[in-house]
Design a protein around this ligand. Structure first.
Ligand code: HEC
Length: 204
């Protein structure tokens, strides 16, 4: 009986310490985090809205997280800042509107926490998502061609179309592409990702 009690107490303490350390303390520490406002009135972070909100759902449903993280490690913990993935480390405040968060654990591709600052071009994102081989030959990233309408040779031009480069080997009769609704939303989300706002708790 004495042993059973000892064992039960051990199990209880293990679970209690884990819940306290991993759930209760972090919640208590971070639940009061609010956006900060600069002198000019600009607030950061801002809640997702409209297209970038819907694009976030596309990002989740396409499983981009299985190859991309969204967290910049501080200097001394990796080469993230040297690689140009951000100007400062990521901190909890960056994620107060991020639910479910997309921190990720895999880095088959580059970190995307600041892709909106690094690559703000709709045309670049369109060509890259349509076929990564156009912008990044040799890339292992899959094609997301179904997020685009194709404009073939002889078809009338369309507003907002992006020309597919002549030298692209799989070009076939496709002369241009136009992001469809889901494509525009995903691109809006990618352009929104930007943690370059200076936060007092992330000076490095
Ligand atoms: C199988 C792994 C894989 C998946 C899944 C994947 N990517 Fe990538 N991604 C990569 C690799 C590798 C690169 C680097 C080469 C390149 O630019 O294509 C990359 C590059 C990128 C870049 C350019 C980053 C930069 O710094 O230039 C963006 C933006 C991007 N991916 C977005 C996405 C989005 C959005 C999704 C989901 C719709 C996605 N990726 C899914 C592997 C992946």
């Amino acid at each position: 009986m004495g042993r059973t009690l000892f064992l039960a107490l051990g199990i209880f303490l293990t679970i209690a310490c884990s819940v306290t350390g991993l759930v209760i303390l972090p919640n208590w520490q971070f639940q009061g985090l609010k956006p900060v406002t600069k002198k000019d009135g600009v607030k950061y972070p801002m809640p997702y809205f409209g297209d970038n909100h819907k694009g976030r759902a596309e990002y989740i449903s396409h499983g981009c997280i299985y190859c991309h993280s969204q967290q910049v490690r501080m200097k001394g913990y990796g080469a993230d800042i040297r690689r140009g993935w951000g100007t400062r480390r990521s901190v909890p405040r960056d994620y107060i509107y991020d639910y479910p968060h997309q921190l990720g654990t895999m880095r088959t591709g580059p970190d995307l926490a600041n892709i909106g600052a690094r690559q703000p071009s709709r045309d670049w994102h369109s060509l890259h998502l349509y076929d990564p081989q156009i912008t990044s030959p040799g890339s292992v990233m899959p094609r997301f061609y179904y997020l685009f309408d194709e404009v073939k040779q002889g078809e009338s031009p369309r507003a907002g179309a992006i020309k597919v480069p002549d030298g692209y080997p799989n070009r076939g009769s496709v002369v241009a592409i136009v992001p469809n609704e889901r494509g525009e939303q995903l691109i809006a989300y990618l352009k929104w990702l930007n943690q370059s706002f200076p936060l007092p708790e992330a000076q490095q």
